[in-house]
Design a protein around this ligand. Structure first.
Ligand SMILES: NC(=O)c1ccc[n+]([C@@H]2O[C@H](COP(=O)([O-])OP(=O)(O)OC[C@H]3O[C@@H](n4cnc5c(N)ncnc54)[C@H](OP(=O)(O)O)[C@@H]3O)[C@@H](O)[C@H]2O)c1
Length: 263
């Protein structure tokens, strides 16, 4: 019988690229979503919410592997806890594969300011620990920021008359390349923390903003801001970067040109 993979977050930017690859690999794909949906393209949808726990028991039933991609800006530790508790309550023992972010274990989120600026990093770290201590066979991949996310960021900031850029750097990676690696890991054996995955080049936030403004013909000044707090300082020093794992192939420039041409 074909292996059944539950994909949480299968409707998201990353998840939508993962599910067709899993289908091509011949596995049965089930997607968890907060919105009820009809099955399509051979994918079954189960309605459920990792914040409330509603529907999660049905989602995890009989899954050989759970690829956990669902996430928001905060509270991912709680979502992972809900998922792991439901798996345990159902008496299942799937391979749990998780996507985290580069730097999650390196950015100290301690003060109230840190929790304002870097809640996301703390939330991913909380979720990593839930996965690691779940008692299930597990694999976690840490990735740098996706091109799609940074495009959303620069295009939103680019609407402002004066464009602020924090003193951060990013190593953007093509979302499809992360999806392909996750599929390999999902079809493979549990491996704990695997080598991080990062894009081919590192840019300042200002350079990313500038490239978008120039490519779209917007005449705007970009000014750099120092983000407050210790967590931001560590982030600005490069905790979110993985230059030794710059394995991504598609550059930001290639992504941006294609994205704007398609718009
Ligand atoms: N974007 C990046 O640069 C980046 C970098 C490294 C790691 N990551 C991680 O990669 C993952 C996917 O990112 P993405 O950009 O694809 O996110 P996204 O497009 O915002 O999608 C988020 C997904 O999470 C699901 N979700 C959110 N809250 C949920 C809840 N309470 N219960 C069940 N499902 C819920 C959504 O499903 P429904 O709306 O259908 O319910 C959606 O499919 C996230 O965990 C993120 O932290 C992202």
């Amino acid at each position: 019988m074909a292996k059944t993979v539950l994909v949480t977050g299968g409707t998201g930017t990353l998840g939508k690229l993962v599910t067709p690859l899993l289908r091509e690999a011949g596995v049965t794909v089930r997607v968890l979503s907060r919105t009820a949906r009809e099955a399509s393209d051979g994918i079954e949808y189960v309605a459920g919410n990792l914040q409330t726990g509603e529907g999660i028991a049905a989602a995890v039933a009989g899954a050989d592997t759970v690829l956990h991609l669902a996430g928001t800006q905060k509270g991912d530790g709680e979502k992972a806890r809900t998922l792991v508790d439901a798996i345990e309550a159902a008496g299942e023992f799937p391979h749990l594969v998780f996507i985290s972010v580069v730097g999650a274990e390196r950015v100290p989120v301690e003060s109230a300011i840190d929790r304002q600026t870097m809640a996301y990093m703390a939330s991913k770290r909380d979720a990593e620990l839930v996965v690691e201590n779940s008692g299930l066979p597990w694999t976690t991949l840490r990735a740098t920021q996706f091109h799609d996310l940074l495009f959303t960021m620069v295009s939103a900031m680019g609407k402002l008359p004066l464009v602020p850029a924090f003193d951060f750097r990013f190593q953007p990676i093509e979302t499809a390349e992360v999806a392909a690696r996750l599929v390999e890991l999902t079809l493979g054996e549990p491996a704990g923390y695997v080598a991080e995955i990062g894009g081919p080049k590192i840019y300042t936030m200002k350079e990313l903003e500038r490239s978008y403004l120039d490519a779209t013909g917007r005449r705007r000044a970009v000014f750099t801001l120092k983000a407050p707090g210790k967590a931001s300082r560590v982030y600005a020093a490069g905790a979110n970067l993985t230059p030794d794992h710059a394995v991504g192939e598609r550059t930001w420039e290639e992504f941006l040109a294609a994205k704007l041409a398609a718009a």
